[in-house]
Design a protein around this ligand. Structure first.
Ligand code: PEP
Ligand code: MG
Length: 567
């Protein structure tokens, strides 16, 4: 069966399907027919338990290897659950006394344990409820011996939707690709998938119900093609995808140019959400890290990272960028970015709720350890702390006071780091003349700025065409921000997905942008375009685009200049 969807993150993958729909795997397991030979069923269960333990060991090693020792504890705890005598006893009882198939016995026991943990008063115990379900699902999965034998390592997640914390978790599990029914192209999930190099396809309606758990699958995400249960009819398509996959691997980061072909300096920096993404940044000649989205360090954990843990993560990035610059953003929680253990308010409209610094101002338990870790790093090398979701000058001044209080800065003593602000809320953008004087630099978050300017949810693919950064209102505001910052001698960096689109690089340059921070997967193509562009050629484009009144006119101008853009 060939299914077609939309590419979120390019790449080729092959593996077997793992449907992450709690209802569906449970329903499937509970529907297993009862058995007549409980001894044989117990033996099956035991074999699955050993296999699950081996898998967990592998995942744990993988996570530890990526320098996330604390996260590895989650999988160690799951491995302990696998040998919990109470859980095993309950499963065996279901098999022996009720003649349940191992799958159904595991599912029943998992539900019981999950409900008991969930009812606990203690948050640390409640948090384990999700782990029991994970362990249960893994056991059921491992009971399918044939599927495991076909492809022991590669899992392709199929889900209705995936939130960023799940994506981080899947990445740690070594998942090779993700298929969802919905996902906005500029959502954090999408950005993470691209950053971590995990192929991802969306827009396959009913995927979680239509695709069989355990089915072999071949994916070409760039083409939006998913081949499930490939048979003879799909033979050619599969062969073509495999051939592409077996082609010599793309080299890692290539050396990026530092100027246009006519010598105008342009700095390409990296957006990262995990220290691993900064690897080789300095060897590739990148200007450093323009945006470190630290909130993702908090996902897939059981508790808040300590000051030491955060410091170690920052230090790892600092080593990777060498002399390059380092812009680390305070955790931008809220909206769909909330770790499971965090007691973060669920707002009626999360994008308009307690997000970014709004949350940090009310949560010293999150803010203080992070700022202390940043101050420690700032005493060893230059660092800029970026403030997420600044809306008004009042909020900017309040958070700056907090930073000074935590760092023990008083008038006359210097801050241990520079302060930059994200400009992603229109109110802050419109106030740029005042804001710019109070910070050392600005980073324009085009994803959110576009979302709030045009009232179009970046996570909702149904309004994707309205989330259009090529609208004149967005481009004029970008131009104003860049002009103001340059006039005041402050660095201005363009972040967000549009900034990293190589096809639109001439437009960025024409609007005055000279610093662009992009995800790792965009670096090579952006570098290749930059060294071919001449500023003299692209400059006239600026005035033409700024004179447009509609998105359609902008596109016509870009087209006339040889830039292919979606309509
Ligand atoms: C943005 O909003 O464009 C941005 C860079 O921040 P994030 O994508 O993390 O919200
Ligand atoms: Mg943002």
């Amino acid at each position: 069966m060939i299914l077609r969807g939309k590419c979120v993150s390019a790449g080729i993958a092959e593996g077997r399907i793992h449907v992450v729909d709690v209802g569906s795997w449970l329903a499937h397991a509970l529907a297993s027919e009862s058995v007549s030979q409980p001894d044989a069923e117990i033996a099956r269960f035991e074999a699955a338990r050993s296999r699950a333990a081996r898998e967990l060991g592998r995942v744990r090693a993988l996570v530890a290897q990526r320098g996330r020792a604390h996260d590895a504890d989650i999988f160690a705890a799951q491995a302990t659950m696998l040998s919990d005598p109470k859980l095993i006893g309950r499963i065996e009882e279901e098999i022996r006394q009720n003649l349940q198939a191992a799958e159904a016995a595991v599912a029943r026991a998992a539900i019981e344990f999950h409900n008991a943990l969930k009812a606990s008063e203690a948050p640390s115990v409640r948090d384990k409820a999700a782990d029991v379900m994970d362990v249960g699902q893994r056991l059921v999965y491992c009971l399918d011996e044939t599927a495991v034998a076909e492809s022991p390592k590669a899992d392709v997640i199929v889900a209705t939707s995936v939130v960023p914390s799940q994506l981080v978790r899947y990445a740690h599990h070594g998942v090779v690709a993700i298929i969802t029914e919905t996902c906005g192209a500029k959502s954090h999930t999408a950005i993470l998938a691209r950053g971590l190099g995990i192929p991802m396809i969306t827009g396959i309606e009913g995927a979680a119900g239509r695709i069989r758990d355990g089915a072999p699958v071949v994916i070409d995400a760039a083409a939006g093609v998913v081949i499930v249960d490939p048979g003879q009819a799909e033979g050619d398509a599969v062969a073509a995808i495999r051939a592409a996959r077996n082609a010599p691997p793309q080299a890692g980061l290539k050396t990026v140019p530092k100027a246009t072909s006519d010598g105008v300096p342009v700095s390409i920096l990296l957006n990262i959400s995990d220290p691993i993404e900064a690897e080789n940044a300095s060897a590739a000649g990148l200007g450093g890290v323009g945006l470190f989205r630290t909130e993702f360090l908090y996902m897939d954990r059981a508790s808040w990272p300590s000051e030491d843990e955060s410091f170690q993560a920052y230090e790892r990035v600092a080593q990777a960028v060498g002399d390059g610059e380092l812009n680390i953003r305070l955790a931008d929680f809220g909206a769909e970015k909330s770790p499971a253990y965090a007691d973060i308010p669920v707002n009626r409209n999360p994008s308009l709720g307690v997000r970014g610094v709004r949350l940090l101002l009310s949560r010293p338990d999150i803010l203080e350890p992070q700022v202390r870790a940043l101050a420690r790093l700032g005493r060893t090398r230059p660092v800029t702390v970026l403030l997420p979701m600044i809306d008004t000058l009042d909020t900017l001044l309040r958070i700056q006071n907090e930073l000074d209080r935590i760092c023990g800065v008083s008038s006359g003593t210097a801050r241990p780091f520079q302060i930059g602000t994200m400009i992603e809320v229109p109110s802050a953008a419109l106030l740029i003349d005042e804001v710019i004087d109070r910070v050392d630099s600005i980073a324009v978050g085009l994803n959110d700025l576009t979302q709030y300017l045009l009232a179009a949810d970046r996570d909702d693919e149904f309004v994707e065409s309205y989330h259009d950064a090529l609208q004149p209102v967005v481009l004029r505001l970008v131009h104003r921000l860049v002009e103001t910052a340059v006039r005041r001698g402050k660095p201005v960096t363009m972040c967000g997905e549009l900034a990293g689109d190589p096809l639109l690089m001439p437009l960025m340059l024409a609007l005055g942008v000279r610093r662009i921070s992009v995800s790792r997967s965009q670096v090579n193509s952006l570098g290749a375009v930059l060294c071919r562009l001449s500023m003299a050629d692209v400059a006239p484009l600026g005035a033409e685009v700024l004179g447009c009144s509609t998105g359609k006119e902008v596109r016509q101008v870009l087209k006339a200049h040889g830039m292919s853009v979606s309509s």
